[in-house]
Design a binder for this molecule. Structure first.
Ligand code: ITT
Length: 217
């Protein structure tokens, strides 16, 4: 039987590694956006993780014709009234690197040395969309504390300052497997995995059927 193709609608290498690892034992063929050649950039101008996740997944599914899975995620810091939030990837500017965003957050948090003011949560919304525009949505969240300097060399983004009290480690000190057991992305995928068979059936039902058209040019 042919495997269902699922396109990972992300350009983020860290996310791609985690999602590929989480889905490695499932009977699907995972493709990247790069497998299809140049594709227009998707503008992430939504006000919520959900809007952006749907935009990324439905856009990829519509232009490629395959079901697509997109993650929109970010860090929500209590003392900064929820910032960087949906702007996590662009906190230090539109072309900011992970290092620039991390540096900016460390600087901003210097105003809040009190441990009670260092609460933060990673949030994640996963959208699975087909070319019809139909979509399924899953969410995950993980709470922690922000350190004042980076620790660990794993992970990506804000992982080196995101301290997870239960394990007494930052996310950058965990392996991908350890991180996925507790992370915002891991939590969203826990639900996806628990109903993966149903999702595959839903994808089959929702894929548009293209009939060959006979015509003269
Ligand atoms: P795509 O849109 O192509 O998926 P992106 O990096 O632009 O990639 P988002 O808009 O969802 O993705 O922004 C996510 C940002 O939030 C990411 O760049 C990190 O700065 C941060 N982030 C999300 N999940 C994270 C994680 O598990 N560890 C560390 N930082 C994370």
């Amino acid at each position: 039987m042919l495997k269902t193709i699922l396109v990972l609608a992300t350009r983020n290498i860290g996310k791609t590694k985690e999602i590929r690892q989480i889905l490695q034992d499932f009977d699907v063929e995972i493709k990247n956006l790069d497998d299809f050649g140049p594709i227009p950039e998707i503008e992430e101008d939504g006000n919520t993780f959900e809007e952006n996740a749907y935009k990324k997944a439905s856009f990829a599914a519509r232009i490629l014709g395959y079901p697509a899975i997109a993650d929109d995620s970010g860090l929500v810091v209590e003392a900064l009234n929820g910032k960087p939030g949906v702007r996590s990837a662009r906190y230090a500017g539109n072309n900011a690197t992970d290092e620039m965003n991390l540096k900016k957050l460390i600087k901003e948090m210097e105003k809040f040395p009190d441990p009670n003011n260092r609460k933060a949560a990673f949030e994640c919304v996963i959208s699975i969309a087909t070319a019809t525009g139909a979509a399924l949505t899953y969410e995950g969240r993980c709470e922690g504390l922000l350190l004042d300097e980076p620790k660990g060399d794993g992970g990506f983004g804000y992982d080196p300052i995101f301290f997870y009290p239960e394990l007494k480690k930052t996310f950058a000190e965990l392996s991908i497997e350890e991180k996925s057991l507790i992370s915002h992305r891991g939590m969203a995928f826990k639900e996806i995995i628990s109903e993966f068979d149903k999702i595959l059936t839903w994808i089959d039902i929702n894929m548009p059927q293209f009939e060959p058209v006979k015509c003269k040019l």
